[in-house]
Ligand binder design. Structure first.
Ligand code: HEC
Ligand code: HEC
Length: 265
């Protein structure tokens, strides 16, 4: 067959082939990195879904922890100090995976002590009777590790695309009052709504100070932060309480907006 083609055609084809191969070889690492990033993104997405189904009730929507149910997994303490505190020699990723797989029989902190006969966190891996596979637990760990960026206390409050409900809208304020009664009145007084369990700061006049608490946050963002990351700012005289309780509540975005609207009306 070959003898049918003049030599210069064969040479041109070889040169083109060589150029193509060189190009492919040079761009291969780029495409590997892109594929890797895409895969990471998918893992984190799947991890987010599994986390929301299995973990958020105790560890919070954003890893902020939920009262005495479960500790924070998204704060600076978890990323910077926790391994040293428990004497774990390997990586944080391995710590998350191991803890999740095996669960925890006894709490390592008094408020999660349990009653000694039931685990404070049951095992999650199928080989210990839990519902999850190894690869699923790994994606949850990826998702949790992704919080490191926001864990250093400098949280950027992302503007979500939501139908703008006006904070002064009476319906929003009424909804906010209901959220307050359900999730906050346990610890906070507001006007004639008295705190009935734990004494947190009186929020009746929170509007007069909310905008001054943190240099970089406006009143509305400070109120949101107080709920999402209670320890970002500790009100004078409340340190000890905050460490154990804080305001960590699992609220939806619209509940959070409504309760801020209520506090600011
Ligand atoms: C029923 C409540 C509950 C659920 C649901 C739960 N956890 Fe936990 N988790 C806890 C408690 C309580 C602790 C132990 C606190 C301690 O030891 O002081 C804990 C500890 C942890 C720790 C170690 C935290 C630390 O500071 O040492 C990790 C990691 C963790 N859980 C991950 C998960 C993941 C992932 C899921 C979902 C698959 C999950 N948990 C579901 C209650 C829960
Ligand atoms: C378990 C008790 C508890 C619950 C429930 C609670 N908080 Fe708090 N809150 C506190 C404590 C204690 C402080 C003071 C320590 C601190 O600043 O972290 C505080 C501080 C605050 C502050 C800062 C006050 C200031 O003067 O700067 C705001 C705002 C706040 N909470 C809002 C809320 C909202 C809104 C809810 C309901 C979604 C809520 N809290 C639920 C205990 C609680």
């Amino acid at each position: 067959m070959i003898h049918k083609y003049p030599i210069h055609v064969l040479i041109t084809v070889s040169v083109l082939l060589f150029a193509l191969l060189t190009y492919l070889a040079a761009t291969e690492p780029d495409r590997l990195v892109q594929a890797q990033q895409l895969q990471n993104g998918r893992n984190i997405e799947q991890g987010a879904m599994l986390y929301s189904l299995n973990c958020r009730t105790c560890h919070g929507l954003r890893g902020e922890g939920v009262g005495q149910l479960g500790p924070a997994l998204g704060d600076a303490h978890f990323f910077e100090e926790r391994l040293a505190e428990v004497g774990w020699q390997s990586t944080l990723e391995e710590y998350i995976i191991a803890t999740t797989e095996h669960g925890r029989l006894m709490g390592t902190r008094p408020i999660y002590a349990g009653n000694g006969s039931t685990a404070v966190m049951s095992p999650w891996h199928q080989k210990f009777g839990g519902p999850l596979r190894s690869d699923e637990i790994r994606t949850i760990a990826d998702f949790i590790l992704n919080w490191e960026k926001t864990a250093e206390g400098s949280v950027v409050l992302v503007e979500l695309e939501l139908p703008k409900s006006h904070p002064q809208d009476p319906a929003v304020i009424r909804r906010g009052a209901a959220v307050f009664d359900l999730h906050c009145s346990r610890c906070h007084r507001y006007g004639n709504r008295a705190a009935h369990e734990i004494e947190g700061p009186d929020l009746t006049r929170i509007l007069s100070v909310a905008g001054t608490r943190r240099a970089d946050l406006e009143a509305a963002d400070y109120l949101r932060e107080s709920v999402l990351i209670p320890n970002a700012y500790i009100v004078d005289g409340y340190q000890a309480l905050a460490a154990q309780n804080g305001c960590g509540a699992v609220l939806t975005e619209s509940e959070l907006t409504a309760v801020s609207g209520f506090l600011m009306h």
